[in-house]
Ligand binder design. Structure first.
Ligand code: AMP
Length: 182
């Protein structure tokens, strides 16, 4: 977990590789579907472009499908999901069906100045359609309103690992791995 620009995607990639498990980014899956012009991509695009969450029915079905793939058997790292309370509850049900549960939830803590600087930097480098100023603002609001409450939800379940997300990429990866193993 962490606001847009906290470095979730970058860190998730390194952490998943280190743990030998798939990195499942709902944002990446949506972007691939938009690029491929699939029906799922068409359903998701207008929400993504506006900085809104794609409807839960669409997102949950996509994650449910992804989790049936055999590469998830040894474990998996979810990046960008769940993003609201309903998704969190659906995820619990999906995992319960497989008699498993979450091992941990990592929260990357980054001050808002660093977040905005990173997003603007990414806008220049990657040209992501949702990295414009208005959309960035909306995505930060959506995070604060809908996703951030999950921090408390997972803290109550003793799953939350809070990690300082400011610093060198490799140092942050090491902090996350440390938080997951201690
Ligand atoms: P991300 O790459 O994680 O920042 O996601 C980019 C965009 O994809 C978000 O702004 C949403 O429009 C959409 N998206 C990604 N994950 C979810 C999710 N769990 N629920 C709803 N929409 C999502």
């Amino acid at each position: 977990m962490g606001p847009p620009g906290a470095g979730k995607g970058t860190q998730a990639q390194f952490v998943a590789a280190q743990l030998g498990i798939p990195h499942i980014s709902t944002g990446d899956i949506f972007r691939a579907n938009v690029a491929g012009g699939t029906e799922l991509g068409q359903q998701a695009q207008k929400f993504m472009d506006a900085g809104e969450l794609v409807p839960d029915s669409v997102t949950n079905a996509m994650v449910a499908d992804r989790l049936t793939q055999p590469d998830t058997e040894p474990g998996f790292l979810l990046d960008g999901y769940p993003r609201n309370r309903d998704q969190a509850v659906v995820l619990e049900d999906l995992l319960a069906d497989r008699s498993i549960g979450l091992d941990a939830v990592v929260e990357l803590v980054v001050d808002s100045e660093s977040v905005i600087a990173r997003l603007l930097d990414r806008a220049i480098k990657d040209g992501r359609a949702d990295d414009t100023e208005d959309v960035i603002r909306r995505r930060l609001d959506v995070y604060a309103e809908q996703t951030e409450p999950l921090v408390g939800y997972y803290r109550e379940k003793s799953l939350l690992r809070t990690v300082d997300g400011v610093g060198q990429i490799a140092d942050i990866t090491a902090r996350i791995l440390d938080a997951l193993t201690n």
